[in-house]
Ligand binder design. Sequence first.
Ligand code: EPZ
Length: 422
Amino acid sequence: MAKYVIDYSGPLRGEVVISGSKNAVLPILAATILMEGECEISDVPNLLDVDVMCRILRSLGLEVIENWDEHTVTVINNGITTSVVPHELVKLMRASIFVMGPLLARTGKAVIDLPGGCSIGSRPIDLHNKGLKLMGARILMDDTTVEASAANGLKGNLVYLDFPSVGATENVMMAATLSAGVTTIENAAEEPEIVDLANFLTKMGAKIKGAGTDTIRIEGVEKLHGARHTVIPDRIETGTFMIAAAISRGDILIKNSIPDHVRPVIAKLMECGAIVNDEVEGLRVRGDINDLVATDINTLPYPGFPTDMQALFMALLTTVDGTSQVIETVFENRFMHAAELTRLGANIRVEGRKAIIPGNQNPLTGAQVVSTDLRAGAALVLAGLVAKGHTEVSEIYHVERGYEDFQDKLKALGAKIERVED
Ligand code: EPZ
């Protein structure tokens, strides 16, 4: 197992180029199951999760060519050879569930292991199943596997999502593109990744209106063809480097970012006293101008403050003056990083969905900490960079699933971080 070995690094300064969005490219790759022909996808981040999704597509009979010099993935679909997704691949990545809707719509069947929970929550798929059932699918589920089938094809329907689930919105939207008639998703997720997926589907010939709002209307078509698409930048990686500038009291220019996708993070950083400027070359974040102060965070579905930024912002709040409060409303168990930050000297109190962060009584001090999930790991790395002394973050495969060249991008900004085999 690998770990990051980190030493106090002081202010991070320089520029960083954001990679393509993990949470956009995974459903986009799954959507190539729907088409007949060839797709070329650009700005694909070179991540473990992307490699797993490519392996899943190959297992279904697609030809997938990864070119990491160009950061492109080409998918050639001359027909699907099976409706069963290999369980040894599904267990590597819970986002494999994005394959269920497209596979069902294209072949009339999808058999896939349940993604299972992870450290941040039970991660059920009841809303995915509700949507597909309303479109005429039969869903059989046992403890380990879900089998969706629709021998006579899927039919459009009204699908109300009890919670604006990103994955359920994406699965239903993809399945609806090849269904007979019109599907309307109400209380849909509005994340930028939904819009990017809808843009890609539209390029392949789908008829979609309203992506990015809480109501999406999809008119089914006979078939979809190949397309070329460039993935949007990763808004959570963007937010991560914004926090890196603030927590280190540094000055970072973040290139290839879309400020509109990180409005809540910009607003909250400015409330803390950081300076955020949308410059021609990119988003410039400075934590070295004002003394940074406490603020409160309340995570919500987009366009609210993103749950994926909660751990990262909490790390920052352990270093500012004053007491902050963080409320996590999206996942039921997403404070695992609080205990690890406390090992670095923070004094965080967790009460259910609320965490109280007393702020900067004294600087963080280095320690051995464990990454419990993707964003928690990134938060611990940033905290380690500003903790006095030496910090080691283990279980970093979580981090490498979602951040391309993370330590190299940080080192280029002056970070003292090395990746070593444990
Ligand atoms: C996506 O996960 C992202 N992953 C997550 O990012 C992100 O945290 C999440 O959306 C919320 O923004 C990818 O896009 C690959 P949800 P997803 O369905 O689709 C409940 C990261 O760090 N729910 O919107 O799984 C669920 O339990 C990852 O990159 C149901 O109850 O999230 C959770 O409490 C972590 N039933 C809430 O909705 C369902 O059928 C939000 O889940 C589905 C979800």
